[in-house]
Design a protein around this ligand. Structure first.
Ligand code: TGC
Ligand code: FAD
Length: 407
């Protein structure tokens, strides 16, 4: 089985077209970055060219998670770039973290998702809320890819409104008994550990680490996705799962626990979406200069130039937004509402660019010869998860008016 897999990988690498992507920096934003940022970005860019680009269309088409990438993701430091080195993280700043997510999503949103979930939604809550013993038990293994983690917040009937969750824990001496289910959980079918959010007997939301293999725990895969096909998604089902009290985060109570993790992940997505947008723009620009109709390159027609000019304008605005958000985050001053604005704007920007880029590629744009259709389909998920496009709009609306449209 493994030999067969290695054979397929070798063949994919041998037959792959060269990935000619180059970054786009219309406003010389690189001048605002430090050497550490540029090194981190360029290292991930090279890794994506070598390891992701040759194989990603194959895995997306088969709707299979390229699990062999986990080791490489760990080696380039994609799991917890801003978690302190003491726990196996990269010890880097928020801008380096953002740029790494940008480059991973340039390859594929699913690959960035794998890093977001592991680093921001599993390692971060353990780092921030768990006991020292739990930190030492889980973080190094998550950082080096020995363990895969998942994050269970969404439920079948509580997506945008996680406060309504019904998954619950009941006190049973030295343990809690966990019951309920979670839906749409990235990596759940292959996870070794799950960070799970559930209500206690007072109705307060608590967080805990549940190990796969615990009796009563199962994680069936969700099939039939037309988006994020190179990422694995499933449910989490808990039937009288006994969770030792030492596995429950001791202090944190309420929705701000999971939402603080989402802030970290949404921040990464604000950068990641720029990567997908740049890949679509890069491909469309190149194609527009090569493809001729009516005796000249289609890039010479005003309507194509309008599309390309608008794309690079929107990418540049998104880059500036992300960079400024990164400088605020480095000072601990990026508010959740500011993060919402960037996640919403940049993901929508990327989706619009993917759609325009698809048009520039004409019929070829719907094939796996080019990355745009795959990015476009992926971005439909990115627009929805970690808070939908409209939920983030309402968060901005609440922030500027002081009036809560949710209640
Ligand atoms: P609300 O009353 O507004 O807030 C409850 C408490 O949370 C605090 N808070 C935050 N804290 C940290 N970071 C944030 N972003 C925060 N937002 C709010 C707030 O201050 C309050 O604290 P306290 O101490 O006063 O209790 O809560 P609400 O129930 O009215 O909900 C507000 C709403 C709708 C914005 C929130 O529920 C929301 O964001 N909904 C969207 C749900 C969501 O994003 N789900 C994502 C699931 S995970 C996922 O999609 C992973 S994809 C993984 C991959 O990349 O593959
Ligand atoms: P709903 O909340 O039912 O929303 C449906 C529509 O109603 C949306 O358009 C929404 O904007 C709109 N709507 C809802 N409330 C309002 C309102 N008050 N005003 C106006 N419009 C509103 N979750 C996890 O916990 N962990 C994961 O790892 C994870 N990974 C995911 C991976 C994938 C591939 C996908 C698709 C989802 C994942 N999610 C995960 C779940 C994701 O966060 C939810 O899908 C998302 O929060 C939306 O919830 P929902 O799908 O239930 O939609």
């Amino acid at each position: 089985m493994e030999n067969n897999q290695n054979g397929i990988l070798e063949e994919l690498h041998r037959s792959a077209r060269q990935d000619k992507f180059q970054g786009h920096d219309y406003y010389n934003i690189d001048e605002l970055l430090e050497t550490e940022h540029l090194l981190a970005r360029d290292a991930v860019r090279e890794w994506v060219k070598k390891e992701v680009s040759p194989i990603i269309e194959y895995y997306a088409e088969k709707a299979e998670y390229p699990r062999h990438l986990v080791k490489g993701l760990a080696e380039i430091g994609a799991f917890g770039p801003s978690i302190p080195a003491k726990y196996g993280g990269g010890g880097m700043d928020e801008i380096a973290y953002g740029l790494m997510m940008q480059e991973l999503e340039r390859g594929d949103s699913g690959v960035r998702s794998a890093a977001s979930v592991q680093g921001s939604l599993v390692m971060y809550p353990i780092y921030r809320y768990a006991t020292e013993e739990q930190k030492m038990k889980y973080l190094p293994k998550l950082a080096n890819g020995e363990f895969i983690g998942c994050f269970g917040l969404t439920e079948p009937d509580h997506g945008s409104n996680p406060a309504g969750m019904i998954t619950n824990i009941k006190d049973d001496g030295d343990a809690y008994i966990l019951n309920g289910s979670k839906m749409w959980i990235t990596n759940s079918p292959i996870a070794d550990v799950a960070v799970v959010w559930a209500k206690d007997e007072e109705g307060k939301i608590r967080g805990m680490v549940v190990e796969a293999g615990t009796p009563g725990f199962s994680a069936p895969e969700i099939h039939g996705k037309w988006s994020l096909r190179a990422s694995i998604t499933g449910e989490l089902v808990f039937e009288d799962v006994r969770v030792p009290k030492s596995q429950v985060f001791p202090e944190i109570r309420g929705l701000r626990g999971p939402l603080s993790c989402l802030s970290k992940a949404r921040y990464g997505i604000a950068w990641g979406a720029i990567g997908a947008a740049m890949d679509c723009y890069d491909s469309a620009l190149r194609y527009s200069l090569e493809r001729e109709q009516f005796g000249k390159p289609i890039g010479g027609f005003q309507l194509t130039q309008k599309k390309l000019a608008e794309m690079i304008t929107e990418i540049t605005k998104a880059q500036l937004l992300a960079w400024r958000l990164g400088t605020l985050a480095n000072k601990g001053k990026a508010s959740p509402a500011q993060i919402s604005m960037a996640k919403r704007n940049n993901v929508n920007m990327a989706l619009e660019i993917a759609r325009e880029a698809r048009q520039i590629h004409g019929g070829m744009g719907i094939t796996n010869e080019y990355p745009v259709m795959r990015h476009m389909m992926n971005l439909e998920t990115v627009l929805t998860y970690e808070g939908t496009h409209d939920i983030h709009l309402l968060i901005t609306g609440m922030d500027v008016t002081g009036l809560n449209a949710f209640k």
